[in-house]
Design a protein around this ligand. Structure first.
Ligand SMILES: [Zn+2]
Length: 274
């Protein structure tokens, strides 16, 4: 009798564990059923999020549902005296949710909180030189993404990213792309892909494009992807995400192969929003 009960509990546990993402999604659908962005919130997005203006009605409605969920499930904290308001949270949430518009649930399963600073902030950094000498200094930062699920953003730079929608820079896209990358448990520039067979092709295209950018940067040749992407593979993924969303036509022309790889990964083609 005890063995039968234990077996039953084990089967139930495995079934719940296996179906957890679907159960959680259904729970959220019920929880936020009927919750919508207010007309005031939609007006704010129309004013501050250029891509939102150009989305199809269906894409916009899907984004709005994601934003409602994000605003309710993720914690925002104002830092360095910043008084948070609804517009700040709304714009960060909308930019973040755009990246996962067509991703399967759970979305941003590791993200817990977003720390907002008024502008670029100082962060302590430790570095070691070739002789092994450790030094401590402060660096100025616009944002960070921590593997534990915390993001740090400069509000000034969040706004700048949205004010200039075609320059290839958007802080929220950049830092949340790092979160997608970090969902694998490492920060390598390769996020979780739909099928295990996809990794080989991703590695081939990604590594070729990364090498190409490093070459273009090293020889001072023109490149559509910002040179910061040549820092390492993780930064390359974050920067190509910004380029993909903000300069899709240029990226497709510069490197059609990586462009179509990103269309496949994100599940949308941002050219239709430009
Ligand atoms: Zn970065």
């Amino acid at each position: 009798m005890v063995n039968a009960l234990l077996l039953f509990l084990l089967v139930m546990f495995v079934a719940i564990y296996w179906h957890w993402p679907k159960l959680q999604h259904r729970f959220w659908l019920n929880k936020y059923h009927g919750n919508q962005l207010s007309e005031q919130q939609k007006t704010l997005l129309l004013r501050y999020m250029p891509i939102y203006q150009k989305m199809t009605d269906a894409d916009r409605e899907k984004l709005e549902r994601h934003v409602v969920w994000f605003l309710n499930e993720k914690r925002f904290i104002g830092c360095d005296g910043l008084k948070l308001n609804d517009a700040m949270k709304l714009i960060v949430a909308a930019d973040a949710c755009l990246l996962v518009l067509n991703k399967p649930w759970p979305l941003y399963k590791n993200v817990k909180e977003i720390l907002l600073y008024p502008s670029a902030y100082y962060a302590p950094q430790t570095s070691t030189d070739n002789a092994g000498l450790v030094s401590y200094h402060n660096t100025v930062r616009q944002g960070e993404s921590w593997p534990g699920g915390t993001l740090v953003l400069s509000w000034h730079d969040v706004l700048e990213g949205n004010r200039l929608p075609s320059d290839g820079h958007n802080l929220v896209f950049h830092e949340f792309a790092h979160q997608l990358d970090q969902e694998t448990g490492k920060t390598t520039g390769t996020p979780v892909l739909a099928k295990t067979t996809d990794y080989k092709e991703w590695a081939r295209i990604f590594s070729r494009a990364f090498t190409l950018l490093k070459t273009h940067v090293a020889y001072g040749m023109p490149h559509v992807i910002h040179s910061y992407g040549a820092t390492n593979e993780a930064e390359f993924f974050a920067v190509i995400t910004e380029t993909f969303l903000e300069k899709p036509n240029d990226l497709r022309q510069y490197d059609p192969e990586i462009y179509s790889m990103l269309v496949g990964y994100f599940g949308f083609d941002p050219i239709k929003w430009h």
